[in-house]
Design a protein around this ligand. Structure first.
Ligand code: VGL
Ligand code: ZN
Length: 240
């Protein structure tokens, strides 16, 4: 009867291999959410200095509702915060003779000159989300000499806390949305790919500065392997 014992043992191993393997394959990767720059100065809702089209109160509420839903699913929420000193190089007011939306060369790169926005410790810099939703705020754009559309690093290559925080929380996939599709959402999503994360971008929870650059940004994100969803589709977000 020893033979049957061996057969049974072998059978048990095969069973464990198959079902263990299946369970492993179905093990969901850990997902984090990055809400990009949903701050007063970027919204019509708060009469912001750099208010982006379509950022009325309804938009901000839809971001908050969706973010709540994602948090309820157990996904940690991270928020980026544009956080400039008054003398920031991206403000047209710091370049005599220049006007808003002029483009200059800064450290060899094209730099759009913006109206002053998200100045540290001003109401316009406030994040318009319930603070209780957010696990960590990642500030960016503090160096007066460099802009920082990406939540991961500034244009001088200086890293923010983002990657460290996501790694510590074992995040493998990020859901990205917010303001602006063609600037900070784009840069943050693309840098997330470069840093090795799976990335999902949600279109209708994002707003862009201009339609043409926003479309270009969407195409670029798709080309880099980002899953661009029209709206919050939890099944598609969770699918591996
Ligand atoms: C942003 C312009 C300047 C953004 C930040 O959040 O997309 N755009 N600073
Ligand atoms: Zn800025």
């Amino acid at each position: 009867m020893k033979k049957w014992g061996i057969v049974l043992l072998a059978g048990a191993f095969v069973f464990i291999e198959i079902f263990g393997g299946l369970a492993m394959a179905k093990e969901a990767v850990k997902i984090g959410v990055i809400v990009v720059d949903v701050q007063g100065d970027f919204t019509k809702f708060k009469n912001g200095s750099l208010a982006v089209e379509g950022t009325d109160e309804a938009y901000v509420k839809s971001v908050e509702e969706s973010t709540k839903k994602l948090k309820a699913m157990g996904f940690p929420i991270y928020a980026t915060q544009d956080w400039h000193p008054k003398n920031h190089a991206s403000f047209f007011t710091n370049h005599p003779g220049k006007k808003a939306f002029d483009v200059i060369k800064l450290h060899g790169k094209d730099q759009v000159l913006w109206p002053p926005h998200c100045v540290q410790n001003t109401p316009g810099a406030e994040i318009l989300l319930d603070k209780k939703l957010v696990k960590a705020v990642i500030k960016k754009g503090m160096d007066p000499q460099y802009d920082s559309y990406s939540g991961f690093q500034d244009d001088g290559g200086k890293k923010t806390e983002m990657d460290k925080i996501l790694k510590k929380d074992q995040i493998k996939k990020v859901v990205v949305y917010g303001i602006a599709t063609d600037y900070c959402v784009r840069a943050t999503a693309l840098d997330a790919v470069t840093a090795g994360y799976q990335v999902v971008m949600i279109k209708n929870l994002s707003r862009g500065v201009a339609p043409d650059t926003s479309q270009k940004a969407i195409d670029e994100m798709k080309a880099k392997g980002i899953l661009v969803l029209d709206d919050l589709d939890l099944e598609k977000i969770k699918a591996n």
